[in-house]
Ligand binder design. Structure first.
Ligand code: GTP
Ligand code: MG
Length: 181
């Protein structure tokens, strides 16, 4: 079929957004996928997802499926189901609540226990220190060591509200997923 030769190759990447309740996972996904932000808090029940389609190069279209996992699901038996077929993850904490950084390790270990990529690549992960528009005074000083210890790709101070570093963080994950593909 001649037409097929001109059709773009389509890739689908499932990317997880995890972290404690209220850190801004849903807000980050909304910001990235449809460019909106709401200051009212509507708790996520279970999981949800959004899709963003990116024209990667002239031959490739990438569809990003962003999975929004409810913060309270942390040790729920369902996370394994939600994590299935994921190729990358963003772990989010809230700069206004330092205790949410201490949970990052638990989220990471749970993720690495449950997600195994073909070819035994470690799951690419970025850490997002969110709500940077409110404060960065509470940035944990151990974050650099943490990222080194656990082989984290990168970390970013983000703001879903002001649209800071969200695109950069997602692009880091997409690049890693393309490399692993
Ligand atoms: P769960 O669904 O319960 O796991 O929470 P979540 O991580 O999805 O948090 P959500 O995105 O619902 O955000 C919680 C609250 O924080 C909401 O009131 C958001 O408006 C607010 N929020 C999220 N991101 C930011 C940000 O970057 N800056 C500010 N100022 N507020 C934010
Ligand atoms: Mg949510």
């Amino acid at each position: 079929d001649l037409l097929l030769q001109f059709r773009k190759k389509e890739l689908l990447f499932k990317i997880l957004v995890i972290g404690d309740f209220g850190v801004g996972k849903t807000s980050i996904i909304r910001r990235y996928a449809d460019g909106t932000f709401s200051s009212s808090y509507k708790i996520t029940i279970g999981a949800d997802f959004a899709i963003k389609s990116i024209s990667w190069d002239k031959n490739t279209q990438i569809n990003i499926q962003l999975w929004d996992i409810a913060g309270h699901e942390r040790f729920g038996s369902l996370t394994g189901v939600y994590y299935r077929y994921a190729v990358a993850a963003a772990i989010v904490f809230d700069l206004t609540r330092p205790e949410t950084f201490r949970s990052v390790e638990k989220w990471l270990l749970d993720l690495r226990r449950k997600v195994h990529l073909p070819g035994s690549h470690p799951v690419p992960v970025v850490i997002l220190a969110n709500k940077g528009d409110i404060t960065i005074a509470t940035l944990p000083n151990e974050i650099v060591n943490f990222c080194e210890k656990y082989n984290i790709l990168a970390w970013f101070i983000t703001s879903a509200k002001d649209n800071v570093h969200i695109d950069e963080a997602m692009l880091t994950l997409i690049n890693a997923a393309v490399d692993n593909h």
